[in-house]
Structures are given as structure tokens and as C-alpha cells.
Design a protein around this ligand. Structure first.
Ligand code: PLP
Length: 349
């Protein structure tokens, strides 16, 4: 068997996604940071009104309908936007275009595990630098590593913290490679660092419709950067990386900012209430600007607690990783879901 695969593929571990039970399974699903609210009714209307002609033909290679919607909403020119099949596709495009052996990929830990998987696939060398105490960004070490690509997720997963914009400015200034700022959770945060793309030609911002827009199943993300930085990414993307349905539905969802902001406000309110209840149960709860909470159970026995919750039909995420063994990541759901979670936890901790 081994002869089939390149050595780096042979050696790497594939990415292990969170458990996805079939829709309709009676579980409380707080393990993969999906939005608990349905997608915008405008997006669903766009899906229902789809003309079959859109399916017969190849889609627009640049997803211009969706790009136009982003451009209107965020006030960036359309040629500063690249659309991707989920933001995962964008992360992959950056690595494909910029990294190889000798051109390393650098990121602080803990963070999104897919950065490592995509790097090993290339192959390129992942340089993993631990976060400081209280998730202080290790700027000097990140700069010293001089990655061809540096990834910073802000707000970060699974910690939920925001990296100060001043730290990102320093990094962008002192790195000669590309700085990818992954804003997957920006819709639940106080601020965006989008203006950095105007200040630095090596900065690209990654966004997704999976979390804030309740469209994880659609697979739609995008990147924002100056056209020079995007030019290499356009060369290496699949010609038709965005299907016709995603392009239309995504454009409608993007134009419905009112609904997206309403859902985000609800999630943020529920996040605060859940954090307070968990603290009362003796959990340590990290500050979060995302749609999840990183928590440490009172006895630190996170893995058995994760399994005990699963037996009761409640899925949360446990990461067997240095620094995370005693913690759980709990997606913010509805207040009704939280009530069931908290009642279960009262019996378990
Ligand atoms: C969820 C997540 C993504 C992936 O988003 P998709 O658009 O669904 O591929 C990217 N980065 C981080 C940090 C995430 O948590």
C-alpha cells in the first residue's frame, strides 16, 4: 500500500472533523460551532427560485454575483475579493501558492488544527509556536520564524480570544511572507481588522459564511487582499471552485445583514448567560468573542465529562492536545439548549 502515497501523505494524520450526526438525530449539537439559527429567509428564497439553467451551465469562475454582494456590504472593491469553497479552501490556496519545503508555515498554538494538515499535505514545514500566558501573541518568535505563510486566527479557536490589532500590525510590518488573518468568528466579535488590508500588501483576511451566516453546509468563504496578493491565488484555485447554488444563495445571505446581525446579537446574549451559569457551577470560563466558550470543568476531567454528556445526547468538543487536555469547547446554542446542558452538568460535576 505504502507505494501509492507520497511520504508526507503516508506520514501525516488527516484532519478529524467534529462528529456530524444525521440531521434529525435528537442531539444537542454544540461541537462544531454551527449557528443555532436558520439561514436568512432571503437566502432560502434564492435557493427555491433557482433556475435549472444555472445548474446546466458551468458556474461563474469568479462568483461575481457573490463578490458584488460582498463588495457592497463591506465597501471593498470586487477585485480585492477572492471567493472560496468554504474558508478552508482559501487557507489551502494560500499554502498551495506560497509554501513548500524551505518555505515554512508558521502559527501560534493552540489554534485551528487544519493549518497543520494543509501544511503537511503540501508538503511544507509547520512551525508551531505556543501562545504566551493568557494567550499573549508570541510576536518575537513568530517574526523570528519568518514563515512564507503565517496564520493568525482572530478571534482564535478554541481559545475565543481576540489578538490585539497593534500586535497584528507589528507582525505584518516585520514579516516578509504572507500574513493570513482568519476572521471566521468576526461576526460575534466587537471589531474587525479589515482595514489592515489597505495598510499592508502582505495581509489577507479570510472570512466564512459557515458561522455568522448559518451556512456551514453551503461551503462558502472568501479572502480580501490587494489584487497583487490575490493574483497568485487565482492561478492555483480550481477553475470552478464555487458552485452556482452557493454563489446565488451566498449573495442573498450577504445582502441580509440585518438578519445576520440579529442572530449574532442573540448568540452573544446567550454566550454571556451560559458563561455566568457555568461559572456558578465552578467552571473556569475564558472570555470569548466567538460563538463558543472554552471552559475548564472544576476537576479538570474534561474528556470523561465530554463522554458523559455525549451519553446524554449532548455533543461538545474535546481536543487531545497540549494545553487543552483539561478543557472543553462548547458552541453557543439557544437558551433552551443551554438549559438542558446546564441541568446535565449539575448532575455530572
Ligand atoms: C470554522 C473555521 C474555519 C472554516 O470555515 P469554513 O468556511 O467552514 O471552511 C476557518 N477557520 C477557523 C478558525 C474556523 O474555526
Amino acid at each position: 500500500m505504502t507505494a501509492f502515497f507520497r511520504p508526507n501523505v503516508e506520514e501525516m494524520t488527516g484532519y478529524i472533523p467534529g462528529e456530524q450526526p444525521k440531521p434529525g438525530t435528537p442531539v444537542i449539537k454544540l461541537n462544531t460551532n454551527e449557528n443555532p439559527y436558520p439561514p436568512s429567509s432571503q437566502a432560502i428564497a434564492a435557493l427555491r427560485s433557482l433556475d435549472s439553467e444555472w445548474l446546466r451551465r458551468y458556474p461563474d469562475p469568479y462568483a461575481n454575483e457573490f463578490r458584488q454582494a460582498i463588495s457592497e456590504v463591506l465597501g471593498v472593491p470586487a477585485n480585492w475579493i477572492i471567493v472560496s469553497n468554504g474558508s478552508d479552501d482559501l487557507l489551502n490556496l494560500v499554502i498551495r501558492a506560497c509554501a513548500e519545503l524551505g518555505r515554512n508555515v508558521v502559527y501560534p498554538m493552540p489554534t485551528y488544527v487544519l493549518y497543520r494538515t494543509l501544511t503537511q499535505m503540501q508538503p511544507a514545514e509547520p512551525i508551531e509556536i505556543p501562545y504566551g500566558a493568557d494567550y499573549r501573541l508570541p510576536i518575537e518568535e513568530l517574526v523570528a520564524a519568518q514563515g512564507a505563510v503565517t496564520f493568525i486566527a482572530t478571534p482564535n479557536s478554541p481559545s475565543g480570544h481576540v489578538v490585539p490589532i497593534a500586535d497584528l500590525r507589528q507582525l505584518a510590518t516585520r514579516l516578509s511572507g504572507v500574513l493570513v488573518i482568519d476572521e471566521a468568528y468576526v461576526d460575534f466579535a466587537d471589531e474587525t481588522v479589515l482595514p489592515l488590508v489597505n495598510e499592508f500588501e502582505n495581509v489577507i483576511i479570510a472570512r466564512t459564511l459557515s458561522k455568522g451566516y448559518s451556512l456551514a453546509g453551503l461551503r462558502l468563504g472568501f479572502g480580501i487582499a490587494n489584487p497583487g496578493l490575490l493574483s497568485g491565488l487565482f492561478k492555483v484555485k480550481d477553475s470552478y471552485n464555487i458552485d452556482a447554488i452557493a454563489c446565488l444563495v451566498g449573495a442573498a445571505a450577504m445582502r441580509d445583514q440585518v438578519y445576520k446581525n440579529e442572530c449574532a446579537a442573540r448568540v452573544k446574549a446567550s454566550r454571556g448567560l451560559l458563561a455566568a451559569e457555568l461559572k456558578q457551577l465552578g467552571f473556569w470560563v475564558w472570555n470569548s468573542q466567538t460563538n463558543f466558550l472554552l471552559v475548564r470543568p472544576p476537576d479538570g476531567n474534561a474528556e470523561p465529562l465530554c463522554l458523559a454528556l455525549k451519553e446524554r445526547g449532548i455533543l461538545v468538543r474535546y481536543f487531545k492536545q497540549p494545553g487543552l487536555e483539561d478543557k472543553l469547547r462548547i458552541t453557543v446554542g439557544t437558551d433552551e439548549q443551554h438549559q438542558i446542558l446546564v441541568e446535565a452538568l449539575m448532575r455530572l460535576v
